[in-house]
Design a protein around this ligand. Structure first.
Ligand code: ES4
Ligand code: ZN
Length: 368
């Protein structure tokens, strides 16, 4: 028997857990979700309901026609539809409804904490004030905490296909809402923004393009993350680390092609927020059984499982766990526990909160 003394001093005998217990463990274990674009949680039904409520015309006749358009060939083919879907979001209540709908799904998957990416430029470029976006999402976080017991935070993402100047303008507009050691404006008390990220079209838009914006955000005391190594090369992961100085890499699956990079990520325990279903839908891997999730974990990396854009890619976080584990039989109960523990380690919360979540996690596995 190989007992494992976990972070909470609980004895867990992973080798004694039969493989057929995995689906229940994956579903019931507490977990944090760290890579979810809230605009990517908009289900077709909600898109049509909001279009009707706001009098927005959609280029699709109905929910089925919209769903039928979700046949992506790469990241860009997805982004085109994703930005079209977001066009129905106009009022603060729309952002609240979208956020709360996500938190309800997350709670059902035993997510205890979620850090939501949002793309302000997708909305401000359509004339929606940034405060409308931030207040609606922050209010959804408050309601989720109170009514669902899920804690939530927001990460403002800059769209990398737009200019550095546009990113600076977005940061300026968001300043009154940022939670930073330097920010004492009353509006910031209600906002849940804890960091910034970088998303959208990766190829041709390297992290270096945003070096100065991220430097400014670092000076403000914000947490920093960036998408890198999804479709782009390992070099983009290096520059996200060295130039932007991010704390986590979103996706990062391309790292395995570069042994020196893997060594660096493992030594520094830089978390990778991996999104298995996204990677298959956007053809980073042809099928789930070719995904490198098991290899990332076995290389000692702090990999986590996340849903990315769940309404577009075939499911929420538990669906990602279930399909990855079903397709990769080398993944065991030990890996499941590791993934959940990694998600807590990687979360932007205090150590006492992480310790509490780890105890909840160990209880689920020890009881088995
Ligand atoms: C995204 Cl999968 C993915 N990659 C980059 N940017 C994104 N925004 C929404 N989903
Ligand atoms: Zn993403």
């Amino acid at each position: 028997m190989a007992f494992f003394l976990s972070g909470s001093d609980t004895m867990i005998d992973f080798d004694a857990i039969p493989h057929d217990r995995l689906p229940v463990l994956l579903r019931t274990m507490p977990k944090a979700e760290l890579h979810i674009h809230i605009e990517g949680s908009l289900e077709p039904e909600l898109i049509f309901a909001l279009a009707q409520r706001n009098g927005v015309a959609l280029p699709y006749a109905n929910v089925e026609a919209l769903r039928a358009a979700y046949a992506f060939t790469d990241l860009q083919s997805f982004l085109d539809i994703y930005y079209a879907g977001a066009s129905v979001l106009l009022e603060e209540q729309d952002f609240f409804d979208m956020g709360l709908a996500y938190f309800e799904r997350a709670a059902a998957d035993n997510v205890v904490h979620a850090e939501l990416f949002f793309d302000p430029q997708t909305h401000t470029d359509r004339g929606v004030p940034i405060g409308t976006v931030i207040n609606g999402l922050s209010r959804a976080c408050e309601t989720a905490q109170r009514e669902l017991g899920v804690s939530g935070a927001l990460i403002l993402c800059f769209l990398r296909h737009l200019s550095e100047e546009a990113a600076f303008a977005t940061l300026d507009a968001a300043m009154p809402y940022l939670q930073t050691p330097l920010q004492t404006a009353p509006q910031s008390a209600r906002s849940r923004i804890v960091g910034v990220g970088l998303d959208s079209s990766e190829r041709g838009n390297p992290p270096e393009k945003f070096a100065r914006v991220f430097e400014r955000c670092r000076e403000l005391g914000l947490h920093l993350v960036a998408h890198a190594g999804e479709e782009g090369p390992p070099a983009y992961i290096w520059s996200a680390l060295d130039v932007l100085q991010v704390e986590r890499i979103d996706h990062g699956v391309a790292c395995l092609g570069d042994p020196a990079l893997v060594a660096r990520l493992a030594a520094e325990r830089v978390p990778l927020t991996v999104c298995p279903l996204s990677n298959v839908k956007l053809r980073v891997y042809p099928t789930m059984d070719r995904h490198n999730l098991a290899a990332l974990l076995d290389a000692g990396l702090c990999a986590t499982v996340n849903s990315d854009d769940p309404a577009y890619f075939g499911g929420y976080i538990n669906q990602n766990f279930m399909e990855a584990f079903a397709a990769l039989p080398q993944l065991t109960a030990r890996h499941a526990h590791r993934l959940a523990a990694n998600s807590f380690e990687a979360a932007f919360v205090d150590a006492a909160t992480k310790a509490r979540w780890n105890q909840m996690l160990d209880k689920v596995f020890a009881a088995d």
